[in-house]
Design a protein around this ligand. Structure first.
Ligand SMILES: NC(=O)c1ccc[n+]([C@@H]2O[C@H](COP(=O)([O-])OP(=O)(O)OC[C@H]3O[C@@H](n4cnc5c(N)ncnc54)[C@H](O)[C@@H]3O)[C@@H](O)[C@H]2O)c1
Length: 261
């Protein structure tokens, strides 16, 4: 029996990185997946490649737009009669603007995509799950939401907000059978971080990437997808309201100068 056999899942940010890896993992484990992304063309390519392996639907949508999120949930209801898993994963980087030069517009845009959108997914998705008495919602936060210095202030604040959101949502849904958790990736090679990796490779400094965590390397999208898959599955049936770091140990580590070998 596959780990998500018979489950119906929505994955946002599905055209790239962690979302794309998660769609692949969910389909491989037997779920029907509604893949959602702003980038319609890339989404179609991802979905077309996976269709031979299972049921994968594509929906281009801006997940920070409430009407669009409600429409995505309506698509799931019409296609499947309900939904068992929502992975609210879409997000944007916060940019590199110095702290005192950041604008209200940057803050609003980052909070809208990174924090409002998982709230909207919960607001419109959880009632469907509660009606069936079970469901799993996973949101993508970040180590940047646990500690400073992993990204810009609006990004970090948005991701700290996601950690709080899954805690409050799990409690708002008490007695419903719906679980809400977050994954907190460390540095992962995806579309969001590609420039950093490309620049380091071009300079020959790739070996320095990830040196601050005890595994001394960056992560792969599939390693985050594996944790999202666990949280989505019934194996995580007693895991609720948690934010789980997938960061090679970065968030467990105090800064220190490593001894050179
Ligand atoms: N890559 C990392 O190092 C890292 C670390 C911590 C957290 N994260 C988080 O992981 C999540 C996935 O990012 P990724 O690293 O896979 O990046 P990515 O850029 O490869 O993928 C993000 C996807 O989200 C989509 N998207 C962005 N805004 C959207 C919107 N408004 N509506 C619908 N889709 C939208 C993009 O089109 C893209 O396909 C994000 O929430 C990100 O903040 C990433």
């Amino acid at each position: 029996m596959k780990r998500l056999e018979g489950k119906r899942a929505i994955v946002t940010g599905a055209a790239s990185g962690i979302g794309r890896a998660s769609v692949r993992a969910f389909v491989a484990e037997g779920a029907a997946v509604l893949a959602v992304d702003l980038d319609a063309q890339k989404l179609d390519e991802v979905v077309a490649a996976l269709r031979p392996q299972g049921e994968v639907l594509a929906r281009a949508a801006d997940v920070s737009d409430e009407a669009a999120v409600a429409a995505v949930l309506n698509t799931a209801r019409s296609a499947w009669g309900g939904v068992d898993i929502i992975f609210a994963n879409a997000g944007i980087g916060g940019g590199a603007t110095p702290f005192f030069e950041q604008t209200t517009e940057q803050w609003e845009r980052t909070l809208r995509v990174n924090l409002l959108s998982p709230f909207l997914a919960i607001k419109h998705g959880a009632p469907l799950m509660a009606a069936q008495g079970c469901g799993s919602i996973i949101c993508t936060a970040s180590v940047a939401g646990m500690r400073a210095n992993a990204s810009s202030a609006p990004y970090s604040a948005s991701k700290a907000g996601v950690i709080s959101l899954v805690q409050t949502a799990a409690n708002a849904l008490d007695g419903s059978g719906v679980r809400v958790n977050a994954v907190c990736p460390g540095l992962i090679e995806t579309g969001m971080t590609q420039k950093l990796f490309d620049t380091a490779r071009a300079r020959g400094t790739e070996g320095k990437i990830g040196q601050l965590n005890p595994l001394h390397r960056a992560g792969a999208a599939e390693e985050v997808a594996a944790v999202a898959l666990f949280l989505a599955s019934d194996e995580a049936s007693y895991v609720n309201g948690q934010a789980i770091a997938v960061d090679g140990g970065l968030s467990s580590t105090l800064p220190f100068a490593r001894q050179r070998k």
